[in-house]
Design a protein around this ligand. Structure first.
Ligand code: UGA
Length: 332
């Protein structure tokens, strides 16, 4: 066990009395929101993040600033592979959000980091989790990208998986590893397939961040393709609700779609950003990108029936919240 994890495990044994959650990717967009919500609910959280430089680590430190001083939070700056097995053994819930994200960057030499951070790291965490006696739920953050291009109005979980990007291949492989550890060793696994998540603290490589940033700073927005591609955009607050529901649901396991309930084209999103911000967006057309699907659209009825999940945030109010947060930072 490395020293950092060992000392953390010891101090947690002393502190911890209620539910203890391990959140991987705690400094990221979704992870930092999840940690905040868990802490608000009185759950103790061990957050793990290796702070990779896929995007500016200063943004991850800013995310961490929202939680790092909470007495129920402990941060471990390490990769999953470096985590001590004793620490993993103690937790009640594992939320595995750490990943190498990004659909369009997963080609070429960068594929190695997708394999390491999405597949190898997940298998490593599953091994450690299998030794736990206290674990009640292992929630894996999967992705709509496991489906690839869809030929139905709304995709349900039993639709064939056929990723269209190397990124999607690694997310599906990790999801299947979760399933294998569940079926062989009884690991209590839930995989949530997130559909394009947006909201405050969104990753800077994603479309909404770039769009709002272009509007606020009078910069160009590179639009890939003709703008007719559609996404089932999902607000981060609804994603956090789904994560909590998945952890708390008794004897519920398996795969669930978590979508936002509104399928919108990029052209419509651009118009909405202009309307909500009151600023024009200078759009520059770029070629369609390899790996990008035409459309995503989630059937969330399984998540509704088994987890009680209902997306509650309209695109307009969720986007307004993201614009407000990004405006506040720009004004600093
Ligand atoms: C997003 C996340 O980045 C993935 O990590 C996640 O797994 C995936 O959602 C998912 O739902 O599974 P993506 O849908 O590509 O992937 O989300 P964005 O990066 O926000 O892109 C949305 C659309 O905007 C895409 O069609 C993309 O081509 C377009 N876009 C993006 C642009 O036109 N310009 C940009 O600068 C960025």
């Amino acid at each position: 066990m490395n020293k950092l994890s060992e000392s953390t495990a010891v101090s947690l044994q002393a502190d911890h009395c209620g539910t203890l959650a391990l959140v991987t990717g705690c400094a990221g967009f979704i992870g930092s929101h999840l940690c905040g919500r868990l802490l608000d609910r009185g759950v103790s959280v061990v957050g793990v993040d290796s702070l990779t430089n896929y995007y500016d680590p200063a943004l991850k430190h800013r995310n961490l600033d929202t939680i790092r001083h909470h007495p129920g939070f402990k941060f471990i700056g390490a990769s999953i592979q470096e985590l001590g097995p004793e620490l993993v053994k103690q937790v009640d819930w594992i939320f595995h959000l750490a990943a190498q994200p990004g659909v369009r960057g997963s080609w070429g030499v960068d594929f190695g980091s997708y394999v390491t951070n999405n597949i190898v790291a997940t298998q490593n965490l599953l091994e450690k989790a299998s030794a736990s006696i206290s674990l009640k739920k292992f929630v894996y953050a999967s992705s709509s990208s496991v489906y690839g291009d869809i030929d139905v109005e709304k995709v349900s979980e039993d639709h064939r998986t056929a990723p269209f990007s190397p990124y999607g291949v690694t997310k599906l492989a990790a999801e299947q590893l979760c399933s294998v550890y569940g079926s062989n060793f009884g690991l209590p696994v839930v995989a949530l397939r997130f559909f394009t998540v947006y909201g405050p603290r969104q990753r800077p490589d994603m479309a909404f961040y770039r769009l709002v940033s272009a509007a606020l700073n009078a910069r160009e927005f590179p639009l890939y393709g003709d703008g007719s591609q559609q996404r089932d955009f999902t607000f981060v607050g609804d994603i956090v609700c789904a994560l909590l529901l998945a952890a708390e649901a008794d004897k519920v396991y398996g795969v669930f779609n978590i979508g936002g309930g509104h399928v919108v084209s990029m052209s419509d999103v651009i118009a909405l950003v202009e309307r909500l911000s009151g600023l024009p967006v200078r759009v520059v057309r770029k070629a369609s990108q390899a790996g990008d699907v035409r459309r995503t659209s989630a059937d969330v009825s399984k998540a509704h029936e088994q987890l009680g999940y209902v997306p509650k945030t309209s695109l307009e109010s969720g986007l307004a919240a993201q614009i407000e947060q990004m405006s506040a930072i720009t004004a600093l």
